[in-house]
Design a binder for this molecule. Structure first.
Ligand code: HEC
Length: 233
């Protein structure tokens, strides 16, 4: 990609070069040139994480706070390695390619459009991981005691005593994620929509664990408990 030339107003100049109109085209050309430069840089490995993230914000929010209405989870403050692995998994189809995984398919498509190579993935993951964590709307009623027992008994060893994640075990942070997203992922692991492919080493571990929570009720209690950490933070 050649460096963008500074063609002031080129292509936007009104045919009649009146002063009044030529003021507007030069303003337009500046923003148009910026837009073009931004898009061009997203298409190359030279894009900064912030530039790449501009294409993600429509779904994940300007602060990477997530948008439950779109099924897009919060990302801010998640581990770099986890983010990178998930983005690669989406790109290669280890995640988001099961025919029933409609939300995963949306993210898979987004990753193919917006992430041209591993450099772009690394840049955007580093940018997102450094963003300040955002708050989540806590779940409704849940049995805190049951949630505590289940979480600490079955999940805490992997995801950390306060759901903060454990990078050494490649287990992501869960605090700060919305309830519907955690639930869907748990279900996806349990039903073979995620983590079922042999090359998905870490996904397979979680798929095994997902079978250990019995009922929907248990899952609600665990999610409520996880979200209480976030609220108390
Ligand atoms: C069209 C909307 C959309 C766009 C654009 C989009 N995403 Fe997503 N993203 C989603 C949805 C929906 C999910 C949830 C997928 C699922 O349920 O498995 C998701 C999931 C993710 C996850 C998995 C998080 C986790 O906790 O496992 C990451 C990481 C992610 N997106 C990063 C990005 C990045 C980086 C970009 C920009 C390059 C981006 N997304 C653009 C909709 C989008």
């Amino acid at each position: 990609m050649p460096p963008a030339e500074n063609k002031q107003g080129a292509g936007f100049q009104a045919p009649t070069g009146e002063i009044e109109v030529s003021m507007r085209p030069s303003r337009m050309s500046r923003s148009a040139a910026c837009l073009m430069a931004c898009l061009a840089s997203v298409g190359t490995s030279a894009a900064t994480g912030q530039q790449v993230y501009a294409t993600c914000a429509a779904c994940h929010g300007a602060r990477a706070e997530g948008n439950p209405g779109l099924g897009a989870p919060a990302l801010a403050g998640q581990q770099v390695a986890y983010l990178q692995r998930q983005l690669l998994n989406f790109r290669t189809g280890l995640r988001g390619s099961h025919k029933d995984d409609t939300y995963g398919a949306q993210m898979r498509a987004a990753s193919q459009v917006a992430l041209p190579d591993e450099k772009a993935i690394a840049a955007v993951a580093t940018y997102i991981a450094a963003l300040p964590r955002t708050d989540v709307k806590p779940a409704g009623k849940f049995d805190a005691r049951n949630g505590n027992n289940l979480y600490q008994g079955k999940c805490g060893a992997g995801h950390g005593g306060q759901a903060e994640g454990n990078e050494a075990l490649s287990a992501p942070r869960l605090a700060g994620l919305d309830a519907a997203y955690i639930k869907r992922q748990h279900r996806n692991f349990g039903k073979g929509l995620r983590g079922a492919q042999p090359q998905d080493r870490y996904g397979k571990q979680m798929a095994l664990m997902a079978t250990t929570l019995g009922s929907e009720r248990e899952l609600d209690d665990v999610i409520g408990y996880i979200q209480a950490f976030e609220a108390a933070r």
